[in-house]
Design a protein around this ligand. Structure first.
Ligand SMILES: Cc1ncc(COP(=O)(O)O)c(C=O)c1O
Length: 388
């Protein structure tokens, strides 16, 4: 049979039926599973039998969620986590040893940056950074102890794009593991494994849930690496709850239709902003004016739901914009049905010096919009009144 389409895998990858022959997968809200006898228990613990033992290790609902993400990312194996950050942390903690080194893009999610600068150095793991427009410097940062090349694309919050094919080639040539945080694109818009990534991480809290309800994370990729991550996680306990896995697996059934609409709306919002007199720059991967438009077109199916723009008037104008918004939400999340606006310089990144903010592309007037699923004309009307 020919390879099934994304939408079909997202809907039809499902647990085996229980004796009740339910149509929709049930919720297995249980901490542990029972054994038939001592021999069954022994063989289960030595992994001679593949079966559920305890929900910190595996659970049918987390397995269904992981199986779906593996199919959608074309990955061999995966493990699901309580949050995106536990996926990021456990991936590094499982694969790195004291003395190892990471080369990473400078623009990474704030907590990932904190992991690199504050926590991993406690275990003698250091990170060197390249800016998104300095990919030609990557090879000069590689040391004999470098093990991982890490990036997000599109980046948060500046919506820059990194060339996955190029990163894949550099990783292969230098025998590094390429780890990509694919959160902004979702498996529907971009599949980093296709370009040579060894592992792909998602914060499922964002577009995968898509409705602002639950936290979750997942790492998928090479089976030998996932095995290490699984053993680390089985002992240290960052597992996704069965309830959240059930919610997220259901959400994946509608990912393609939701993300299609998110992208249509985001492109319209980006075009509106580009024509507005109080906006100096708009960054959206599928706008021709985006500095990495050609790369975005090569590796993404559509541009995603995040639009960044520069409001005239810097920090004060950004603050005023947030205070004038009526329909859109001021919230720390993204990838929700509800459109969310943030102004990093006066909120999430206000403790950073201006110089440090600029390093990661956060200018004083940068506004990030996570475009939702309201009617786009209502979103645009709200932005229009707030920009005056
Ligand atoms: C790109 C990216 N990676 C990871 C995370 C962390 O995910 P979580 O909040 O689920 O821990 C986020 C959260 O915003 C993110 O935007």
């Amino acid at each position: 049979m020919s390879k099934r389409h994304f939408e079909t895998d997202a809907v039809r990858t499902q647990l085996e039926h229980s004796p009740f022959l339910e149509h929709s997968s049930p919720l297995y809200l249980t901490s542990s599973f029972v054994f038939e006898d001592a021999e069954d228990m022994r063989a289960s613990f030595t992994e001679e039998k593949e079966r559920n033992i305890y929900s910190r290790f595996t659970n049918p609902n987390t397995s269904e969620f992981v199986d779906k993400i593996c199919k959608l990312e074309d990955a061999e194996a995966g493990y699901a986590f309580a949050t995106g950050m536990s996926a990021v942390f456990s991936t590094f903690a499982a694969l790195l040893n004291s003395g190892d080194h990471i080369v990473s893009a400078r623009s990474v999610f704030g907590s990932t940056h904190a992991l690199f600068t504050t926590y991993l150095p406690k275990w003698n793991i250091e990170t060197s950074y390249f800016k998104v427009d300095e990919v030609d410097r990557i090879e000069s940062l590689i040391q004999p102890n470098t093990k991982i090349l890490y990036a997000e694309t599109p980046t948060n919050p500046a919506v820059d794009i990194l060339d996955l094919e190029l990163l894949g080639k550099i990783a292969k040539k230098n025998k590094l593991l390429l780890v990509i945080d694919n959160c902004f694109a979702t498996p529907y818009l971009q599949n980093p494994i296709q370009f040579g990534a060894d592992l792909v991480i998602h914060s499922a809290t964002k577009l995968i849930d898509g409705q602002g309800r639950v936290l979750g994370g997942v790492t998928v990729g090479r089976a030998d690496l996932i095995r290490e991550i699984y053993l680390f996680s089985r002992n240290t306990g960052p597992a996704l709850s069965p309830f959240n896995a059930w919610v997220l697996s259901k959400s994946l059934e509608t990912l393609a239709v939701r993300v299609d609409r998110h992208c249509d709306n985001a492109l319209k919002v980006a075009e509106f902003l580009e024509s507005h007199a109080n906006v100096t720059q708009v960054k959206y991967p599928f706008l021709k004016s985006h500095p990495q438009y050609e790369i975005a077109k090569k590796q993404m199916k559509q541009g995603g739901n995040i639009v960044a723009f520069e409001i005239k008037g810097g920090i004060e104008a950004g603050r005023k914009f947030l205070n004038t918004i009526k329909l859109c939400s001021l919230s720390a999340n993204l990838g929700d049905t509800r459109t969310i606006v943030t102004h990093p310089a006066s909120t999430t990144h206000s403790k950073l010096s201006e110089e440090d903010r600029l390093e990661v592309g956060i200018t004083d007037g940068l506004v990030r919009i996570s475009v939702g699923l309201e009617h786009v004309e209502d979103v645009i009307a709200d932005l229009k009144q707030a920009l005056h």
